[in-house]
Design a protein around this ligand. Structure first.
Ligand code: ATP
Ligand code: ZN
Ligand code: ZN
Length: 802
């Protein structure tokens, strides 16, 4: 093959295609798809990914590619295909799709070195190339003294390695080992011949005659109190040899893991795991939805299916939300599978992430536990993909490429003919609807493994508190309950349910919240215009002076912070020990963990926090969970508001009374009759599902309709509006009759970084050509995008509507 088809690292829509380059003679026998190269592009040289090779090109006057950055492909053929699919599916650039799959270290063009790992056994050609050095700059390969294929082979054999220079050699760490270079009897002979004065050398040889295994150089030097020079003498005599081996920086190195054995499954677990194991054994793809109440043993099912996959020599990916990648969760996998697990999450340093990724790439582990992007782990024999808490919106990436990890997992599962397991106590409505229709295989765990009842949930009507003269944020019931528990030495978790930036308007007298007459969604208060506005249809009205329902003037703008609660609580109960956990107190690396440890060690009575405390935590001594404002999320302008409220309340209730002490949950709300609060307090997912599906049908939202969001932004207000109007007009012209284009309306955050933002929402049932259509429309604005800094972005599956 003489031509390479390359996706270049130039993030512009006009360049979203492969470019052809001729392959210089010296690279021909080593270049493979999935390697990175440097190519001339206009006046510059840029990085690119080789996606395929060819013998001819339809262009003439091709340029030569300038350099090859990898001697082994970093993208497998599967991932090359996946990137293409991902880009087309999410209307992103090919280059951004490939970049999303790789650790940061591989995205930039870092300087590289070749490094010899063995002191012997290099061919004379390579020996001459290294010329006595341990490190050689990668560029020296270019002077043609050694063939690339030779180097490639040596890398495969583990004699040489390539080394990325990410700020002073942090990418890899090595340990030097020493081992005998000859058979024991030959060492024995050498020992006889040795002069008596060479005491240390004699001791060393004797040692290796007795134990011929490799041993760390450092250990030997310490043990015999000897120097590197003495050892070098033995090496130069050909009696010993040294080699270096990579050690990975293991972020969990300090933690000791007590190995756990598989538990005897309950009959419910047994029924649920059976069909998954069948699929693993048959090598067949199927998507399972594992709907199990909190504490029903979903994780144990994950562990045992993974064991089956490992036993078959295959690999497993487990996705968990970033926020629940707590040591508690990671430990459960490490404790079962030990060093066979790599962990990928955002808390790791660049070097650590790269190390973990390489352990996957080099087939040194069979299990990856990680957040969203771990779905791209470069395994080649996947046996299962598991997504825990599958309803979590953090599985959707909110910048390019805007993908959902669930879709990627299912795509990969199909390719590898393996099952995909989606687990949750509160599945996403979309997932449950698919399971209900039979698209996914539904498995249900209805009981906790210890048969403990779910804790009782008390809904407190905060309007009544107000009428009774209690104007604090804590109901009488919650306050009494807290005092009682704390005096008994038990602990309390308090959740402040708050998300998003916008505030809503509510009557403190009757609980009435102003909603849009067309969308059944809370109107958002816009301070500078003193208006209430709907984010979906642009409906607007002035802020009322009196409540339209009860005429009270107790109209409030809502939005409370954890800090305010902390102050109020300290006034109310001055002697309690309080820990606050929110974005402010968890900024520093490890802060999250530290707070949780403090709480687990009972150094505080109350843990007060936002959403981040709701998941995966398991504290024996927690017997009371209080939700301060259950409705705050309900009134966000988001059609998923009820669903998110139901999910959060259910998750947080699952935190109480998991062990011997019985638990209680107190939910404070101004809208006790709202179905998501009422049904969450009864743990009735099925009723909730039916009720919510009715609402989605009535208002034409997913899963009944698909949504796509086009966002237009520009520094000039008029340009932004006009472009948005033109796009909407063109969309209307070509879409089907039952498709609806909403907007253009100002984006909920109408100006970000001095750019005005407008959006068009497309609601549709069936638009097979929609992606092509949007692409075509956007391309008409290519000039303005390049020259006038117009930005148009598309989200084919919007979650963040605010
Ligand atoms: N078959 C079993 N026999 C005994 N104990 C079990 C069994 N399966 C799981 N457990 C235990 O039950 C508890 C709850 O299980 P697990 O955490 O797996 O549930 P989960 O459904 O993942 O919960 P959550 O949704 O709250 O994360 C754990 O302490 C676990 O060790
Ligand atoms: Zn009112
Ligand atoms: Zn509206």
């Amino acid at each position: 093959m003489t031509i390479a088809n390359v996706i270049v690292d130039v993030p512009a829509s006009s360049i979203n295609q492969t470019f052809d380059y001729t392959i210089p003679e010296r690279f021909r026998d080593i270049l493979q798809p999935g390697m990175r190269v440097i190519v001339p592009f206009g006046p510059r040289k840029v990085m690119g990914y080789v996606v395929s090779l060819a013998d001819e090109s339809s262009f003439d006057k091709l340029k030569e590619l300038a350099d090859v950055l990898d001697l082994t492909p970093i993208l497998t053929p599967e991932l090359l295909d996946l990137g293409k699919w991902l880009a087309e599916e999410t209307l992103s650039l090919y280059i951004t799709a490939y970049q999303a799959m790789l650790p940061q270290v591989l995205k930039a063009n870092y300087k590289k070195e070749l490094e010899r790992l063995r002191q012997d056994s290099l061919s004379s050609e390579l020996e001459a190339f290294f010329a006595g050095r341990d490190f050689v700059p990668y560029e020296e390969l270019d002077n043609g003294h050694v063939r690339f294929s030779k180097v490639q082979k040596a890398i495969q054999d583990g004699d040489i390695t390539v080394h990325y220079l990410v700020k002073s050699r942090v990418t890899k760490k090595y340990v030097t080992y020493l081992e005998p270079a000859r058979e024991p009897h030959l060492l024995e002979e050498a020992l006889q011949d040795m002069s008596d004065r060479a005491k240390k050398q004699q001791q060393l040889l004797t040692f290796f005659i007795e134990q011929p295994q490799e041993i760390k150089l450092k250990t030997v030097m310490k043990k015999f109190n000897t120097t590197r020079a003495t050892i070098n003498t033995l090496i130069s005599k050909g009696l010993l040899r040294s080699f270096r081996q990579e050690v990975y920086r293991n972020p969990y190195a300090q933690t000791q893991f007590d190995r756990t054995e598989p538990l005897e499954l309950t009959s419910e677990q047994h029924e649920a795991i059976k069909p998954v194991l069948h699929r693993i054994r048959d090598h067949a793809h199927e998507v399972f939805l594992l709907h199990g109440v909190t504490g029903s043993g979903k994780t144990e099912i994950y562990l045992q299916t993974i064991q089956e996959v490992i036993d078959r020599g295959e690999e497993a990916i487990v996705l968990v939300p970033e926020i629940s990648l707590t040591p508690q969760m990671v430990n459960r996998f490490k404790a079962r599978f030990g060093s066979n697990v790599a962990v990928l999450h955002s808390g790791l340093s660049q070097g650590e992430k790269y190390d973990e990724w390489r352990r996957v790439q080099q087939n040194e582990v069979q299990v990856v536990v990680g957040a969203r992007s771990a779905v791209f782990a470069p395994f080649e024999n996947l046996g299962i993909i598991i997504i825990d808490e599958e309803h979590e919106t953090s599985y959707k990436q909110e910048d390019q490429p805007r993908y959902h990890a669930r879709d990627v997992a299912i795509h990969r599962g199909d390719y590898h003919h393996c099952p995909v397991v989606l687990g949750s106590a509160t599945p996403a409505l979309e997932s449950y609807a698919r399971a209900h229709k039979g698209v996914y295989n539904l498995q249900t765990l209805s009981k906790r493994t210890n048969d403990k009842a779910m804790p009782d949930v008390h809904v407190v009507d905060m309007r009544e508190e107000l009428h009774a003269g209690n104007r604090t944020m804590f109901s009488r019931h919650l306050k009494e309950s807290m005092e009682q528990r704390i005096s008994r030495g038990e602990q309390v978790v308090l959740l402040l349910n708050r998300r998003g930036y916008s505030t809503f308007v509510m009557c403190r007298e009757c609980g009435h919240v102003r909603e849009c007459p067309h969308c059944d969604i809370a109107l958002t208060f816009h301070k500078h215009s003193n208006q209430l506005r709907c984010h979906y249809c642009s409906y607007e009205e002035p802020v009322p002076m009196y409540c339209p329902m009860c005429s009270s003037d107790l109209i409030r703008f809502f939005g409370t912070g954890t800090q305010r609660i902390e102050e109020a609580l300290t006034q109310l109960m001055p002697e309690v020990r309080l820990l606050r956990m929110d974005v402010d107190t968890t900024q520093r690396k490890g802060a999250h963990e530290k707070l949780l440890n403090q709480f687990a060690n009972q150094e505080a009575d109350i843990l007060l926090g936002t959403q981040m405390i709701a998941k995966g935590l398991d504290f024996e001594n927690v017997t009371l969970v209080g939700v301060l404002t259950a409705d705050s999320m309900l009134n966000l302008p988001d059609f998923r508001a009820s669903e998110k409220t139901f999910q959060l309340l259910t998750q947080v209730s699952g935190r109480a009374g998991r062990h011997d002490l019985p638990g209680e949950v107190i939910v404070q709300t101004y809208t006790p009759d709202h179905y998501s609060i009422e049904l969450a307090s009864r743990y009735d997912y099925w009723q909730f599902y039916q009720q919510e599906m009715k609402m989605r049908k009535r208002f034409q939202y997913p899963p009944y309709m698909f949504l796509s969001l086009v966002t237009i932004s520009h520094e000039n207000h008029v340009t932004a509006i006009q472009t948005a109007q033109q796009i909407a007009k063109q969309l209307w012209k070509y879409v089907r009759q039952d498709t609806v284009i909403l907007g253009p309306t100002p984006s909920p955050i109408a100006r970000v970084k001095d750019r005005y933002r407008y959006q068009c929402m497309i609601k549709y049932k069936h638009e097979p050509e929609l992606r092509a259509l949007i692409n075509k429309i956007i391309r008409q604005f290519a000039d303005d995008m390049r020259k006038r800094d117009l930005q148009i972005s598309v989200d084919m599956q919007p979650y963040q509507l605010m």
